[in-house]
Ligand binder design. Structure first.
Ligand SMILES: Cc1cc2nc3c(=O)[nH]c(=O)nc-3n(C[C@H](O)[C@H](O)[C@H](O)COP(=O)(O)OP(=O)(O)OC[C@H]3O[C@@H](n4cnc5c(N)ncnc54)[C@H](O)[C@@H]3O)c2cc1C
Length: 498
């Protein structure tokens, strides 16, 4: 094969692009991954923002699906015990979400905790099975192959047991508020769980469908807490090393400007520096809107398809603040949330509806413990809601506000925080777009909502990774199975290519 000719080009070295590339490289294919940034990882990256100031810049921690880790023989740390999930209370009390601590707030809730966890684990496993199934291209006629996948899923659901399956289906369209109210009476507990439901979604806990997002986040986290905090970047480093060990190439600082198309067939790519690289098949792990409207272009797509792609809901409303501290902040290890009540969360979300930054935000906090070698500790604050589109201002003007509100809010619980800060790094929704390539700062490449779910993700009728351009496939978070860190859409696309 000629030097600039590959069997597969994968656009984007986020974790999904790397997973797809690694599976293909393992099969002995000639694969090239192209990444616009100078580093690999996409949203799963550990970056340096200064001396001793290293952080999981975007994604707070986690892992890939176990089958992917096994198939690709990755040496990722396994999770032996779920870290604590702690809800901070305005009166200085903290609630750790386990039966023992919940007892202090409500005996009744403590007695229902195990039942709730059992249901959530079950619901997550059902969702996992659905994500592993390639969805048919409804409303097109189903092929035998599609039917077989669905049959397998049907069997899995049947095995899940009738009661659990019904409860799962019922939970999906529910609001997180309704779901938690069915189990618990204590407001603190209800709100803490509801915060996980709205994490990364531009929805409030009273929005329909946050039952689904709760199950989705539970599945990806393996429960409530972020795992392997401070080590997110290891996932994509390990994937790139594996990929290279199979003989494949990754090129950084290689931004794709256009996908080369001839007679509705993808033939390769053109980079922004003018270079042309040919391939039999092109996979894109960038978000569907970017891939289809920018890298392909409306002129090569059917009008109705263009209209659907333009209508994909991208509603970034997340900002991230990393604080390099001297370690004396007083914040315990684990995943912490500022979510004192369901109404508080809903009000935080309300601001985003009006294009405003929440004055009283929902925060999720993780911190990397002080290490022996480095007497400093990084505290990372996930901030919602900070809408990409600001109504009466812009992100240049408002950046300092987000930083201030985040630090002031957290300092109410940890008075030593402010004096412990040595350095800081803010990532706004605009930065998510400009630096991390996320259209409209939407971290899941399209909102996780029931009308952008299963056979409607990324758009109705195109849920099987294919596009109207032959030999061009989608494999990032914006397609079915994706959203969050799991590697599922990267793994699934390879099944379609077979
Ligand atoms: C602030 C934040 C917090 C998050 N928190 C969580 C969480 O708690 N739990 C969870 O499960 N998920 C979380 N996520 C979401 C999760 O990280 C993403 O959904 C997932 O990592 C996306 O992976 P991906 O490989 O599909 O795409 P990406 O990681 O977006 O990778 C796509 C890659 O393509 C590159 N690219 C784009 N355009 C081009 C081009 N034209 N040419 C070449 N390369 C290009 C980009 O630079 C990028 O590296 C979070 C994301 C963000 C931003």
């Amino acid at each position: 094969m000629a030097q600039n000719q590959y069997e597969y080009i994968i656009i984007g070295a986020g974790h999904n692009g790397l997973v797809a590339a690694a599976y293909l490289a393992k099969q002995g294919k000639k694969v090239l991954v192209l990444e616009r940034r100078s580093i690999v990882g996409g949203s799963v990256v550990t970056e340096s923002f200064g001396e001793n100031f290293q952080a999981d810049s975007i994604y707070a921690g986690g892992s890939l699906r176990p089958d992917i880790v096994k198939d690709l023989k990755l040496s990722l740390p396994s999770v032996t015990e779920e870290p604590a999930f702690i809800s901070l209370q305005p009166d200085g009390n903290h609630l750790t979400l386990n039966a023992e601590s919940i007892k202090q707030f409500s005996e009744k809730d403590a007695s229902r905790w195990d039942e709730f966890v059992r249901f959530m684990d079950k619901a997550a496993s059902i969702l996992d099975a659905a994500y592993a199934t390639i969805m048919p291209r409804l409303p097109k006629n189903m092929s035998l192959h599609d039917g077989y996948g669905l049959l397998e899923l049907g069997l899995e659901l049947r095995l899940a047991g009738r009661k659990d399956m019904l409860n799962f289906i019922r939970a999906l369209p529910m609001s997180a508020q309704e779901l938690v109210e069915e189990y618990f009476e204590s407001e603190i507990l209800r709100a803490a769980i509801a915060s996980v439901a709205i994490h990364n979604s531009t929805l409030g806990p009273m929005s329909a469908g946050t039952g689904y997002t709760l199950i989705h986040n539970w599945l990806n986290r393996g429960g409530l807490s972020q795992v392997n905090v401070g080590e997110a970047g290891k996932i994509t480093i390990d994937l790139s090393n594996t990929l290279k060990s199979f003989g494949s190439e990754i090129r950084t600082n290689a931004e794709v400007a256009k996908i080369k198309i001839e007679n509705q067939i993808a033939k390769g790519v053109f980079l922004t520096n003018g270079e042309e690289i040919s391939a039999d098949i092109v996979l894109s792990s960038t978000d569907p809107r970017h891939t289809l409207l920018k890298l392909v272009g409306a002129q090569d797509l059917p009008p109705e398809f263009v209209w659907h792609t333009q209508s994909i809901k991208m509603r970034g409303a997340v900002a991230k603040i990393h604080l390099q501290t001297n370690g004396n902040h007083g914040i315990p290890e684990g995943t912490l949330c500022v979510a004192p009540s369901v109404k508080y969360l809903e009000k935080a979300y309300d601001s985003s509806k009006y294009g405003e930054i929440s004055e009283k935000p929902y925060l999720e906090i993780t911190s990397v413990p002080v290490r022996e070698s480095v007497k400093e500790s990084v505290v990372s604050i996930h901030f919602q809601f900070a809408p990409y589109e600001l109504k009466n201002s812009d992100w240049k003007t408002e950046s300092s506000k987000v930083e201030k509100v985040a630090i002031e809010t957290l300092a109410e619980y940890f008075p030593n925080l402010k004096s412990s800060i040595v350095n800081r790094k803010l990532i706004t929704p605009k930065d998510l777009e400009e630096t991390y390539g996320l259209t409209e700062g939407d971290i899941n490449h399209g909102q996780l909502m029931l009308d952008q779910f299963l056979f409607m993700r990324p758009i109705p009728g195109w849920s099987n990774h294919k596009t109207p351009i032959d030999n061009l496939y989608l494999c990032g978070s914006g397609v079915h199975g994706g959203g969050g860190v799991s590697g599922v859409s990267g793994r699934n696309v390879v099944k379609v290519l077979k």
